[in-house]
Design a protein around this ligand. Structure first.
Ligand SMILES: *Cc1c(COP(=O)(O)O)cnc(C)c1O
Length: 414
């Protein structure tokens, strides 16, 4: 039975969400629109199968085709990111990171990560997360003036705390990471260095951001952000990681299953395989480059309207805007822009005086609108709309109508 007949309530809600996505601009930088091919694999019959274990070593029978699916996914990931070992089973980014702790640390060990209010992720040692509860978490920040990681300060902090595991990765850092320098810093105390490229995986795959693989031991990622796949996670172990600890691939695999998870979501793994094939094409490389071009165009337009950008601009897919000179909070901007058909999110800015519940910033990005084939000239329009709505909240209704019309020229992927 089709969904429409079987469950009209859910069917209607999906139709409404589809219309929302079509008629408005999705500018939350962690979001994207995956291809119908990815969604077809995700919605496939593979969801019915139990496959605890790994290809060739399963606890259940009937996995001859599932094994091929998962192996293909692993091979594609290894090739795309140029790494030695990949686990494609983590249900999402946070479970992938949890597995890295299980593989490399004991409870109480010292770990380091970029603080959440400075652009880091919950799983990098925030107090409310398991990572801050079960480990001795030391958090680093960004420089108060430049908003960049101060590598000299970080090196000192690492020397004094000697972490077992160090995370580098962010949810709201608009600049490039210097992986080589970070590798040296971690090596100076023998720490495991994990690059969490959840946000930028698509940029790395498309060569629009340097690949951390040569410089770090472990790379974790989500598959649904710039990489444009289904919701999911992956953990990679690099050649450098295997040189540091030959058992690391085995430790990672054991941490995922049976350490943290049971049966893998093979439908999601098939969809990840499809997205990895897409991400290896010249078209995807162009897409990744266009994401960055669009973000830079949006940044320069917003600056003309006197918006203050954290770090002064962007090198990747996202912008963090300090709204204090606009007399509007991040939450108000989020609601106002949503009413105008632009979905962004409120976000803390580094050293935010307002605290995490009423942050002073907004975060926006170009992955999803670039998937819809928008280019620099469209960024100009969007910056104009953002400015109008924030200057004059009464214009939201008119802008929303204009955006609805504009969106018809930029359909979701077919
Ligand atoms: C999104 C993100 C995650 C977590 O991903 P979920 O799939 O939401 O659990 C982890 N790390 C970073 C840096 C992220 O941006």
């Amino acid at each position: 039975m089709k969904l429409k007949q079987g469950d009209s309530q859910i069917s209607k809600l999906i139709a409404l969400e589809t219309e929302r996505q079509k008629n408005t601009l999705q500018m939350i930088p962690s979001e994207n629109h995956c291809s119908p091919a990815v969604r077809e694999a995700l919605g496939s019959i593979l969801t019915d199968k139990y496959a605890e274990g790994y290809p060739g070593k399963r606890y259940y029978g009937g996995n001859q085709f599932i094994d091929k699916v998962e192996s293909l996914c692993i091979e594609r990931a290894k090739e795309l990111f140029n790494t030695e070992h990949v686990n494609v089973q983590p249900h999402s980014g946070s479970p992938a990171n949890a597995a890295v702790y299980v593989a490399t640390c004991q409870p109480g060990d010292t770990i380091m990560g970029l603080a959440l209010p400075m652009g880091g992720h919950l799983t990098h040692g925030t107090k409310v997360s398991f990572s801050g509860k079960f480990f001795n978490s030391v958090q680093y920040g960004v420089d108060e003036k430049t908003h960049l990681i101060n590598y000299d300060e970080l090196a000192k902090l690492v020397q004094s705390h000697k972490p077992k595991l160090m995370w580098v990765g962010a949810t709201a850092y608009p600049r490039i990471f210097d992986w080589a320098k970070l590798g040296e810093i971690a090596d100076s105390v023998g720490a495991y260095l994990a690059a969490d490229i959840a946000h930028i995986a698509g940029l790395v795959a498309g060569k629009a951001h340097p690949n951390p693989v040569p410089f770090v031991h472990i790379v974790t990622t989500t598959t649904h952000k710039t990489l444009r796949g289904p919701r999911g996670g992956m953990i990679m172990v690099t050649k450098k990681g295997i040189e540091k600890d030959p058992e690391l691939p085995k430790k990672i695999d054991k941490a995922v299953f049976p350490g943290l998870q049971g049966g893998p979501h093979e439908n999601a793994i098939a969809a990840i395989a499809v997205c990895l094939k897409e991400a290896a094409t010249p078209a995807f490389k162009k897409y990744a480059a266009q994401i960055v071009k669009n973000a830079k165009a949006l940044a320069s337009e917003l600056k003309k309207y006197d918006f203050n950008l954290v770090s002064g601009g962007t090198d990747n897919h996202l912008l963090l805007v300090d709204l204090r000179n606009k007399n509007i909070t991040g939450a108000e901007a989020q609601d106002l822009l949503e009413s105008a058909g632009i979905t962004i999110n409120k976000n803390s800015i580094p050293y935010d005086p307002a605290g995490p519940f009423k942050p002073s910033g907004m975060r926006l990005g170009t992955p999803a609108i670039t998937t819809r084939s928008m280019k620099e000239s469209e960024m100009k329009k969007i910056a104009g709309w953002i400015n109008q709505v924030i200057l004059n909240p009464n214009s939201a209704g008119r802008v929303s109508a204009e955006i609805r019309k504009f969106c018809k020229k930029f359909p979701l992927p077919k």
